[in-house]
Design a protein around this ligand. Sequence first.
Ligand code: SAM
Length: 218
Amino acid sequence: MSFRPLPLTPELHAYLLDHCTPPDEVTAELIAETRSALPDNARMQVAPEEAAFLRILTAVMGVRRAVEVGTFTGLSSLSIARGLADGGRLICFDISEEFTSVARRYWKRAGIDDRIELRIGPAAARLGELPAEPHLDLVFIDADKESYQTYWEALVPRVRPGGVLLIDNTLWSGQVLNPQSVDDHAITAFNDMVIADKRVELVIVPIADGLTIARRLP
Ligand SMILES: C[S@@+](CC[C@H](N)C(=O)[O-])C[C@H]1O[C@@H](n2cnc3c(N)ncnc32)[C@H](O)[C@@H]1O
């Protein structure tokens, strides 16, 4: 018997949220402030269950060196930073001072700002500042979709064997089945590229908008 995927109805999604560890006070306030202060952009924030997933995976992997591309107001970075092993560091790349000023405030409130370094500017250029050798345990990519392939090519060689790249929005509200816009095509081209990349093995987890988990092979 073949497996039938679950339809994630609003009711089932609400049940799922009720049975995941809830956001703590700082996280809940960051989510609320982003929704109230930036209503037009708030949908860019990772989903609460994805934030929990990022924290748990980071902790399970014992991550010491992580990179994020696309920080916005800081929910994913807060989650990754909280999961880091002792002495672990997260380098964040984003183009916006405005959005990341919110992130900085919440990192400080959570007491994890000393684990995070923020680099402002177009990530395609700034990723070249990272050491070229494979040294990263974890990468999270969640910025402009047209540059996903560029970020992938810059970061795969920098991930150690056994390390992981996480790429957000790879199911893209289902538009991968019917790509129309430039971003739709960017995501489908990215998915087609990475499935053919022999440097990794990967799975798309249907959490939130789809999250690709790619493990760097030895
Ligand atoms: C989807 S949001 C990231 C959401 C974030 N991961 C969170 O959990 O809240 C995308 C971010 O990518 C940033 N961005 C867009 N183009 C960029 C570029 N060329 N270089 C670096 N960051 C970029 C935007 O400023 C925005 O903050």
